[in-house]
Design a protein around this ligand. Structure first.
Ligand SMILES: N[C@@H](CCC(=O)N[C@@H](CS)C(=O)NCC(=O)O)C(=O)O
Length: 237
């Protein structure tokens, strides 16, 4: 008997949300382990590249949210996560990449480097010295990543301009259809849902989202369509 998939998870990660939504959409029962617990953190570094999400699926560990989604898509023909037509399939992957590579840096900037929001991020890590060390480690690393990306060198006004520009792209794409590619949610919607949810944790970005009700309605629609369950269930192994 194959065991249930096991997700290395972090509750606020947009990529973990994307994978949880994919598992929910396919109706796959799975277990989760909090990747910030010191034991899981070390195992993830030993067994994969140290990033979440990573999913034990059918006896192998698959890392990277899109790679995981493609593996889920390939193993369940009855519940595809990407459209069949080559053009729509390509568009779905391109939109997924837009979410992962363009919206995510904005989410990192607003969640991690906004001084007003810093303490809230700290509370998501374990209490005590190990949690504090991990928080400092990631904060420094993210600041370095965003400087290399370019966003970290911009002013707060430029961050806001970039956020508004990208949210308007999403509003435009959703003007005529309930989901990005039409009437049903595909992987690109799960990716956009994850990034909008992540942005929504940061007060300044949340205000930009609240000014665009189309996006709030969309998030609610994706949640309803996938039967969103966010709670982590920790297995006994
Ligand atoms: N391309 C990866 C990105 C995953 C990623 O950046 N995950 C972040 C959390 S949101 C992470 O694990 N960061 C920890 C690290 O960089 O060590 C995916 O789609 O899964």
């Amino acid at each position: 008997m194959t065991s249930r998939p096991l997700l290395y998870d972090f509750p606020t990660s947009p990529f973990c949300a994307k994978v949880r939504a994919a598992l929910n959409l396919q109706g796959v029962a799975f277990d989760s382990v909090d990747a910030t617990s010191p034991r899981a953190w070390l195992r993830l570094r030993r067994e994969a590249d140290g990033k979440v999400p990573a999913l034990w699926l059918d006896g192998r560990l698959v890392a990277d949210s899109t790679t995981i989604a493609l593996a889920l898509h390939a193993r369940d023909a009855a519940h595809p996560l990407l459209p069949a037509s080559p053009r729509e399939h390509g568009l779905c992957l391109a939109l997924t990449t837009w979410c992962d590579d363009v919206l995510y840096p904005l989410g990192l900037q607003y969640n991690w480097l906004d001084p007003a929001h810093g303490p809230a991020v700290r509370r998501r890590f374990p209490q005590g010295p190990v949690g504090l060390l991990m928080w400092h480690f990631y904060r420094r690393r993210i600041a370095r990543q965003l400087r290399a990306h370019g966003l970290g060198r911009k002013t707060p006004a430029q961050h806001r301009q970039e956020l508004d520009r990208q949210l308007e792209v999403a509003v435009t794409l959703l003007a005529d259809h309930p989901f990005l590619l039409g009437e049903q949610p595909w992987l690109c919607d799960l990716a956009l849902f994850g990034q909008l949810r992540f942005l929504g944790f940061a007060p300044q970005a949340r205000a930009a989202l609240a000014a665009r009700p189309v996006l709030g309605d969309y998030v609610a629609r994706v949640k309803a369509a996938v039967g969103w369950r966010s709670a982590m269930r920790t297995p006994g192994r």
